[in-house]
Design a protein around this ligand. Structure first.
Ligand SMILES: Cc1cc2nc3c(=O)[nH]c(=O)nc-3n(C[C@H](O)[C@H](O)[C@H](O)COP(=O)(O)OP(=O)(O)OC[C@H]3O[C@@H](n4cnc5c(N)ncnc54)[C@H](O)[C@@H]3O)c2cc1C
Ligand code: SF4
Length: 327
């Protein structure tokens, strides 16, 4: 599949990138590692006039510890760098574990944390070639007006299928967004809309520039569990992140988040309260699994049945809670 024609823009500094975005706005697409954007362009899901290749903006790369206030990660930091960071592994292990499961080693070398956060939602009816989509009928997410997954509805239910966002949600991460009018910072949990079409709160002239992990989330035990068809390379079909801190053998604080079963990654409401002050045993871990499964609303957007994926959320959450409590 060939790439559509486009003009490549290669800024070397953030200011220059923002100038391009201010000028070309929705006619431009941002390229970081390109591991998702390029296949999507080959499938003609996007035909931008301009591709803004931000890979050479050095100031957006790297992991920096801020004494007493956590860690800052540049949006262009590769997933491999995150996976192998001794600092992150020691202080925020759920993130290194989740990053290590993304795609394959080669894709992690190219793929960035910013790209993983901004990843487009996915659906069996959408991530296909133009010929395939034309033959089967276009849908709301691209060029059509109906949904094959939920016929009769007006909403797109494509699943958010990134691995690191549930880990980042558990860590109460914040992101920095740059636009021609300045910088803004927002909790990652407010970035996703829950709509498969307009899935993120990001204007065409904005860039995600940094991720902040607060000091208050450091040193939690962390576990990430993921369901995929091929163990060596595949998007998640269900994913669960758990962080947990213990005190005197009981849970002092915990958070659970899921991915790939809704149009947005989700923090599970009530999971922390359910665990707080208790000793984790099978029954408690099962109760948290049941709670997570209630929030999982998988549809036929992905391989494997929705029922199976929901059950895997239940089981993986239980296992992840037990593992986080015992590791
Ligand atoms: C075979 C295969 C398997 C994969 N498996 C997985 C998997 O298991 N788990 C998973 O999470 N992902 C998977 N991916 C998707 C992808 O490799 C990763 O999500 C990767 O982290 C994307 O990062 P990137 O830098 O390559 O993003 P890009 O492809 O460059 O960009 C992705 C999207 O984010 C936007 N974007 C990127 N950076 C920014 C920024 N800083 N500000 C604003 N917008 C931005 C782009 O415009 C684009 O819309 C897979 C991809 C392939 C091809
Ligand atoms: S959920 Fe429906 S509208 Fe969205 S991509 Fe799939 S078929 Fe299209």
């Amino acid at each position: 599949m060939s790439l559509p024609q486009f003009k490549l823009l290669r800024p070397r500094a953030l200011g220059e990138a923002l100038e391009h975005l201010a000028k070309h706005d929705s006619n431009a697409r941002v390229l970081a590692g390109g591991t998702d954007l390029i296949p999507s362009m080959r499938q003609k899901l996007f035909k931008p006039q301009y591709v803004l290749d931000i890979r050479h903006i050095a100031e957006l790369k790297g992991i920096r510890e801020q004494q007493g206030s956590g860690v800052e990660i540049g949006a262009l930091t590769s997933l491999t760098t995150i996976e192998h960071s001794a600092l992150l592994r020691r202080r925020y292990p759920v993130l290194t574990e989740a990053a290590a499961t993304v795609a394959s080693p080669l894709l992690r070398n190219m793929g960035t944390i910013g790209g993983n956060i901004c990843l487009d939602t996915r659906c069996l009816w959408y991530n296909q070639s133009l010929t395939w989509r034309k033959a089967c009928g276009f849908c709301i997410k691209k060029d059509g007006d109906l949904c094959h997954v939920a016929p009769g509805g007006t909403k797109c239910w494509a699943a958010f299928s990134g691995d690191t966002p549930p880990a980042l949600l558990c860590l109460n991460a914040e992101i920095e967004i740059a636009s021609p009018s300045g910088l803004r910072r927002l909790p990652l949990r407010d970035f996703y809309t829950g709509d498969g079409l307009a899935y993120r709160r990001l204007q065409p002239n904005e860039l995600v520039t940094r991720v902040f992990l607060p000091e208050s989330s450091a040193d939690y035990r962390g576990v990430y569990r993921k369901l995929r068809v091929r163990g060596s390379i595949d998007y998640p079909l269900a994913g669960v992140a758990v962080v947990l801190k213990r005190s005197n053998g009981n849970v002092a604080d915990a958070r659970v988040a899921i991915t790939a079963v809704n149009p947005a990654p989700l923090l599970i409401k009530g999971a922390g309260e359910l665990l707080a002050g208790k000793t984790v045993d099978e029954a408690l871990a099962q109760a948290v699994g049941d709670l997570a499964a209630k929030s999982a609303k998988p549809l036929t957007t992905s391989a494997l049945t929705p029922e199976y994926r929901k059950e895997m959320i239940r089981l993986f959450t239980k296992r992840a809670v037990l593992a986080a409590a015992n590791n």
